[in-house]
Ligand binder design. Structure first.
Ligand code: FE
Ligand code: FE
Ligand code: MG
Length: 166
């Protein structure tokens, strides 16, 4: 544990670790939702959607990495069991049971919008209290905003294409 690093945090550190473990659970679920979504997705523009979903899966995994590293620095334990993800998650998990591209894009856009609002709250909590965590969350939320934009752009392209076929 980073002794001095923990000392400078001006909030309840256990509470902060809990917030980070909830976010870590979200990231693992987001990772899997993208990863398995990329495997099952069907319909027009499938190739472009698969590439984007696969990249996003990798990026969610890198968010999990950043959060777990910070939890350990603070003297905490990253959530150890997948069963805990479902208990701790803020944004939940939406199984891609309907593999149609538009449905998968909608589900993931919803997930990104949830992630953005959760991370925005974490920024508010940590801005003054823990600039180190704040900086990590800022990196993550910036990428979630990119994710929302990428998926929304794909969904718009899909709609334009379907519109022209009518
Ligand atoms: Fe993420
Ligand atoms: Fe994301
Ligand atoms: Mg992207």
């Amino acid at each position: 544990m980073a002794q001095k690093g923990r000392e400078i945090v001006k909030m309840n550190v256990d509470e902060l670790i809990n917030i980070l473990n909830k976010a870590l659970s979200d990231e693992w679920l987001a990772y899997y939702q993208y990863w398995v979504g990329a495997k099952v997705v069907k319909g027009p523009m499938k190739d472009a959607v698969i590439s984007e979903l696969t990249i996003h899966a990798t990026e969610e995994l890198s968010h999990a990495e950043l959060l777990a590293t910070r939890i350990i620095q603070l003297g905490g334990t990253p959530v150890l069991s997948p069963a805990e993800w479902i208990k701790l998650t803020n944004c939940g998990y939406e199984a891609p049971s309907n593999p149609y591209v538009e449905e998968i894009l909608k589900q993931n856009i919803k997930g990104e919008q949830c992630a953005i609002s959760i991370y925005n709250k974490v920024l508010d909590i940590t801005r003054e209290a823990d600039p180190v965590t704040y900086n990590i969350i800022l990196t993550i939320i910036s990428q979630e905003v990119e994710h929302e934009e990428d998926l929304t752009a794909l969904k718009e392209d899909l709609e334009l294409m379907l519109e022209r076929r009518k």
